[in-house]
Design a protein around this ligand. Sequence first.
Ligand SMILES: [Zn+2]
Length: 134
Amino acid sequence: MALFNCPECNKVISDKAKLCVGCGAPVIIMTSKIIGTPIKIFNLEFTEYDFPSQMSWFYAKEACESLGHGWRLPTKNELDYFYNIYGIKGYSYNLYWSSSEGANDVAYYYDFAYGSMNSTSKNFTFYVRAVRDF
Ligand SMILES: [Zn+2]
């Protein structure tokens, strides 16, 4: 289960809910607001929008997979491809989780302010964008 801030009313809700408990917006519409018009690079496509809230690494993985149809958290090298071709394009000057894991229970994040990557505890909360192969 992943938790979101509802893009309509900003209340925290579960992706397993059919409707937002705050305003009644259907969760399926929120999913389409994240995917938008995917941004294609080589054989990859990235969602047009970030998830609306920062989250820990485990929630980040679940949130991406909850979009279904092969959506997943991108690897650090996929985020690097994106940055080197498009810069921040729709991302923000912030830190984003990658799926790439390191030793000692850390994972890599990508810094869209500097185009660089580093690793840290999976408990930190960063921004999240999903990718899939097509
Ligand atoms: Zn709502």
